[in-house]
Design a protein around this ligand. Structure first.
Ligand code: NAP
Length: 244
């Protein structure tokens, strides 16, 4: 049977392109979403019409019971999960001095706890099988820091720390854990940026480009494939030369 991938936050943006890429490679794909039900189901339909085995599955990654139910539902419908992509995320721009405790907790709930809950839910079976792959989506801001996004940058740095530590713990079980830290990518997350800001961000990359969701999807796929079998605990940053 073809392998199964669960991609969190796959209704839009990077997650959606990642779902398309994995489906095209023959994976059975679970498309997780929270609010964008129409978009998730439209994607599932598009991929089913191409002959792919996919399902759309709702769950808030901040809630452990919802995550456990999602993983069980995927297991029953598509089979046990071979690859987990922790991609769901939100962003917020605020001066550090204006951040509230609720802002801070929310950022860590989605990115850090969400990754923690999803990993915990899929790992017992992966450990039993002595096989599996986890790809966590961090951000270039988690590597470099970002002004007016301290809580986001801190949460994304925590995802990198989790990746490295988990890779060590799970290595003996032959489970690889890696991280993708995208640069600026053209998705809804950056839809509010004005043209001046976009031009400024482009100029900060060696390639003078803003990336696409497909650019990130390809890196995620690489880290899940046999091509990267000796790579674990690493961070790859598709960022067009934003950080060199
Ligand atoms: P996006 O287009 O805004 O999509 C975000 C996705 O996350 C949506 O599918 C959304 O689902 C889902 N999501 C948010 N909160 C969720 C929750 N609590 N439970 C389940 N799903 C949830 O963002 P994107 O640009 O594709 O970002 C994807 C990942 O890449 C994020 O982790 C982001 O931090 C990271 N990243 C993005 C960039 C960039 O420049 N775009 C750069 C570096 C890193 P619903 O719409 O269904 O609620």
């Amino acid at each position: 049977m073809n392998p199964v991938v669960l991609i969190t936050g796959a209704s839009r943006g990077i997650g959606r392109e990642t779902a398309r890429l994995f489906a095209g490679k023959g994976y059975r794909v679970a498309i997780n979403y929270l609010h964008s039900a129409d978009q998730a189901h439209a994607l599932a339909q598009e991929l089913q019409e191409r002959g792919c085995h996919v399902m759309a599955v709702s769950a808030d990654v901040r809630k452990p019971e919802a995550v456990a139910a999602m993983v069980e539902s995927v297991r029953q419908t598509l089979g046990p999960i071979d690859v987990l992509v922790n991609n769901a995320g939100t962003a917020q721009q605020k001066l550090f001095t204006d951040l509230t405790e609720a802002d801070w907790d929310e950022m860590f709930a989605v990115h850090v706890k969400g990754t923690f809950f999803c990993c915990q839910a899929v790992l017992p079976r992966m450990i039993h099988q002595k096989a599996g792959c986890i790809v966590n989506v961090s951000s270039v801001w988690g590597l470099s820091g970002a002004s007016c996004e301290v809580h986001y940058a801190a949460a994304k740095s925590a995802v990198i720390g989790m990746t490295r530590a988990l890779a060590r713990e799970l290595g003996p079980s032959k489970i690889r854990v890696n991280c993708v830290a995208p640069g600026v990518i053209d998705t809804d997350m950056n839809a509010a940026l004005d043209e001046e800001t976009r031009a400024c961000l482009r100029e900060q990359t060696a390639l003078e480009e803003i990336g696409t969701a497909e650019d990130v999807a390809r890196t995620i796929y690489f880290l899940s494939s046999e091509e990267s079998r000796f790579i674990t605990g690493q961070v790859i940053s598709p960022n067009g030369g934003f950080l060199i």
